[in-house]
Write a protein that binds this ligand. Structure first.
Ligand code: BES
Ligand code: MN
Ligand code: MN
Length: 450
């Protein structure tokens, strides 16, 4: 197997670079045809690697690629999930090289999607090819690679509910998360849930001269800023009534275990170029970024933002807000609590509109299972060190749905680094991470099948 990977290394990489050249931005309808091209590319490669079935499944949105290789129906089946869609690349001017013209520099691949998630999906396809070519696939495998993860996976949810028999499996395997460092392997055992919404404050029925009306009429930007600021108190707690009601607190023993996770605060600050961290009182940075819920404005706009000055009171101001949720918070419930509270704090003189976007539930992977032990052994063999279980801060909303609809647990065996700049300019993925993944995945299959 090692030898096959070694001999085909360059081709594996050049194929990934071809995939990265396709701008499959799911959020922007102008890339609709490119999103489909990426699906077709993935489908062809799954086929070529030796699958019995490789097909494009249509949805109301972007297509899902499904593939399978059933070697013996009495053996277990691993369902590999990933996404071939990517986040928008802007701001473009902050990229050192164009986002859809991948370059390899300093042993890293630079491109949008290099790590999240095309690079990591491609490891699975090449690991499958390797197992097929070396006659070492030890169990059945199914692939479900979607094109709408970055926009909430709504159509995948529908697909899963409608195709339970087709998707029957024993475990779900996903590489769409990170390890702590290249010499500190880890396995994510948690994902946060999400409530995402947009708010709009409207004042007067038109933009107004800020000299003629300023001071006498509510300014939606001033009002919105104050309302958003009031959503945290001075201790960094979220002020929405009942927001924390369902939050599962870690036990002191769990918190102690978490404090053992390798983490260097000085390096963290240095990497981000900040002089201090900031968050909820009483919790460490690692806790704030994984096992505690959050509320953040992700975008805010209104009024005049062109060149120079324009003296104007805008009629409207808006913001996009995300809340990351932890077990046992529920996305719909939190969205409702937010809406009620946000409407209640608006002063007279303005109206508020809250529009929910997507959501998703949190997830925790048990570590006392056959599949976790298989992942642990695979990582240990590939990295020469036992992986640390970590709770991740990001969200993959479909994971909780897999458990609900298919009754399956998920193993989050990712190979990225937090510093890979996913969703940011200059996203990259280490060549060694790419090859390490291709090497580790067959080991998971091997240990899971014994
Ligand atoms: N791969 C990420 C999620 C992730 C990143 C999990 C790092 C753990 C560590 C995924 O593609 C993603 O970005 N998810 C979105 C959610 C979605 C509904 C837009 C997110 O977390 O913002
Ligand atoms: Mn992802
Ligand atoms: Mn992402």
């Amino acid at each position: 197997m090692q030898q096959y990977i070694q001999e085909n290394k360059e081709r594996f990489l050049s194929e990934l670079l071809d995939l990265l050249r396709i701008p499959s931005v799911s959020a922007d309808s102008k890339y609709k045809d490119d999103v489909r091209k990426a699906a077709e590319f993935i489908c062809e490669k799954i086929q070529a690697a030796g699958a019995d079935v490789a097909e494009i499944c249509e949805t109301a949105g972007h297509p899902i690629v499904y593939g399978e290789k059933i070697i013996d129906s009495s053996l277990p089946t691993v369902l590999v999930y990933g996404h071939y869609d990517v986040q928008p690349a802007d701001p473009l001017n902050l990229w050192d090289s164009p986002p859809f013209e991948p370059v390899v520099k300093d042993e890293k691949i630079y491109a949008r999607g290099a790590c999240d998630d095309k690079g990591q999906v491609y490891m699975h396809i090449k690991a499958f090819e390797t197992m097929m070519a070396t006659n070492s696939l030890p169990c059945n495998v199914k692939f479900m690679i979607e094109g709408e993860e970055e926009v909430g996976s709504d159509n995948l949810g529908i697909f899963v509910k409608a195709n339970k028999a087709k998707l029957a499996a024993d475990v779900i395997l996903i590489s769409d998360t990170a390890i702590i460092a290249n010499d500190i392997p880890s396995i994510d055992v948690g994902l946060r849930g999400l409530s995402y919404l947009e708010v709009e404050i409207t004042g007067a029925n038109r933009d107004l001269h800020s000299g003629v009306y300023g001071g006498a009429v509510a300014n939606p930007i001033n009002v919105l800023s104050k309302m958003i600021a009031s959503l945290h108190d001075e201790n960094g707690h979220i002020t929405i009534p009942n927001f924390y009601d369902d939050v599962v607190e870690l036990t002191p023993a769990q918190r102690e275990a978490m404090a053992e996770t390798p983490f260097n605060l000085d390096e963290y600050k240095k990497d981000l170029g900040i002089d201090d961290v900031r968050g909820e009182d009483g919790y460490t940075t690692l806790e704030r970024a994984s096992i505690r819920p959050t509320l953040d404005a992700n975008g805010i706009w209104g009024g005049y933002i062109g060149e120079g000055a324009k003296t104007v009171l805008p009629s409207k101001a808006s913001a996009k807000i995300s809340m990351r949720l932890v077990p046992n918070q529920q996305s719909d419930k939190i969205t409702a609590l937010f809406t009620k509270h946000f409407e209640s704090i608006a002063p007279a003189g303005v109206t508020v509109k809250v529009q929910p976007h997507h959501g998703g539930e949190p997830y925790v992977t048990p570590t006392d299972s056959k599949e976790y032990r298989a992942a642990e052994k695979a990582m240990e063999e590939a990295f020469g060190k036992k992986p640390v279980p970590t709770r991740g801060g990001g969200s993959i909303p479909i994971v909780a749905l897999f458990e609900k609809e298919l009754g399956l647990k998920t193993i989050l065996m990712g190979f990225g680094l937090d510093s890979d700049a996913i969703h940011s300019p200059n996203e990259h993925y280490g060549l060694s991470n790419f090859y390490k993944g291709i090497e580790t995945i067959p080991l998971f299959f091997k240990y899971y099948s014994v």
